[in-house]
Write a protein that binds this ligand. Structure first.
Ligand code: S3P
Length: 431
């Protein structure tokens, strides 16, 4: 993971790009496809390391998955009760989604499993899923009293619960929905703001009995899942780097094709529009139950804004690149209600403050966000990604408008979510 990249200023981003498939939807296509009866065919699957962690996990439990190597998969589902006890530790790599959702699913299985991951994932909080799953009757142990992986799970015998999650988290919600399919009575999850709803959409389309209402969702066990076709849209979290690059680099006009714009994910569009960004959503349509559009972005003068409340979970993975946009805007941007950023792949508040300051920006951390003073040009320099894919890609975007070259170390991590990021950026940005 010691790869270093040097990025220089761009004369403008022009033409068209397509970003790889949505990471969250790709994970769920494997999970729900594996639990369905019949063969689920997937296209546009994200061929990133995180999603391969999920794919390998299901293969290790006896699911046959034909991977054509071009984003097309055929998953031979084994049904809700067809998974087999894995003979070794399941390695979730860097993927929090794999670990947290699988902790829920494994809790429903009548067998023993152990989930572990890389040095970053083994530092991330797991009690947020372990505690409610234990309340449902799962037997889970982990380091630090169940807070840290590896997690050892003896599943089975679950009862449904009503759970109010203290944080808006699709990983918590989805873990409980997966466990809820194996419980004796319905399970309800309430959350303070609506987090991404890909699980709800996809589970329902597979035939699960699921009721959504303002503030929560209830799953009723007993329905079988039936295989279907899934076309995965482009990931808005990956498109975000090109959206911000197209706005901040002068002389840019870029079309980003086939981007998922699910309202629980499109906070970045609302934030950039409010900052004065010239973004147009073209040819809005639906793909496998998810809204999709092409997005046209043009260079814009951005202004600082206040960001907090319900838009935060709708843009949770985009704050590293939002902070880059904020540093290029006129006036101050304040980000609050975003304490969750402290427990992502890295502490993203600390990492962004450090890296932006490293390029000469004026940024102050807050407990639950940061304050960014805009309109100073980034200097060149050396920054470190801290092994976090979204920090590395955000720094690359900042480098496109820096006065000197930016050397970014530890960049191989971009493979977790965006294989092909560097050549795509270089060709779109003409560098
Ligand atoms: C994800 C949910 C989010 C997000 C992560 C993917 C998912 O995490 O940050 O990258 O696929 O469910 P939280 O649910 O913990 O906010």
């Amino acid at each position: 993971m010691s790869e270093t990249r040097t990025i220089s200023a761009s004369p403008g981003l022009r033409g068209e790009v397509s970003v790889p498939g949505d990471k969250s939807i790709s994970h769920r296509s494997i999970m729900f496809g594996s639990l369905a009866d019949g063969v689920t065919r997937v296209s546009g699957f994200l061929q990133g390391e995180d999603n391969y962690a999920t794919l390998k996990a299901f293969r290790s439990m006896g699911v046959e998955i034909d991977d054509r190597g071009n984003g097309e998969l055929a998953i031979s589902g084994v049904g809700l009760h067809g998974l087999k006890e894995p003979s070794d530790v399941i390695d979730c790599g860097n993927s929090g989604t794999t670990m947290r959702l699988m902790t829920g699913l494994m809790s429903g299985q009548d067998f023993f499993s152990v989930l572990s991951g890389d040095q970053y994932l083994r530092r991330r909080p797991m009690r947020r899923v372990v505690a409610p799953l234990t309340e449902m009757g799962a037997n889970i142990s982990g380091r630090n009293g169940g807070e840290l992986a590896p997690l050892a799970i003896q599943g089975g015998g679950l009862h449904g619960i009503e759970y109010s999650s203290p944080v808006a988290s699709a990983q918590i919600k989805s873990a409980l929905l997966l466990a809820g399919m194996y419980a004796d009575v319905p399970t309800t999850v309430y959350e303070p703001h609506l987090s991404r709803d890909h699980s709800e959409r996809m589970l329902r389309s597979f035939g699960a009995t699921l009721e959504t209402f303002v503030g929560g969702v209830t799953i009723t066990p007993g329905s079988r899942l039936t295989a279907r076709e899934i076309h995965v849209p482009g990931d808005i979290s990956s498109a975000a780097f090109f959206l911000v690059a197209g706005l901040i680099v002068p002389n840019s006009e870029l079309l980003i094709r086939n981007v998922g714009i699910n309202p629980t994910r499109s906070g970045i569009i609302d934030i950039l529009l409010e900052m004065g960004g010239d973004l147009q959503l073209l040819d809005q349509r639906e793909l496998s139950g998810e809204p999709v559009a092409d997005i046209l972005v043009r260079s814009s003068r951005l202004k600082g804004i206040e960001i907090g409340g319900s838009v935060v979970p709708r843009a949770i993975d985009e704050f590293p690149v939002v902070s880059v946009a904020a540093a290029c805007a006129e006036g101050r941007t304040t980000i609050c209600d975003a304490k969750e950023l402290r427990v992502k792949e890295t502490d993203r508040i600390a990492a962004m403050v450090e890296t932006l300051q490293g390029l000469g920006a004026t940024v102050e951390p807050r407990d639950d966000g940061m304050v960014v003073e805009g309109c100073e040009q980034f200097s060149g320099g050396r920054v470190n990604s801290h092994g976090d894919h979204r920090i590395a890609m955000s720094m690359a975007v900042a480098a496109l408008v820096a006065s000197g070259e930016v050397e970014i170390s530890d960049t191989a991590c971009t493979e977790t979510s965006f294989p092909g990021f560097w050549p795509l950026l270089q060709s779109a940005a003409g560098i």
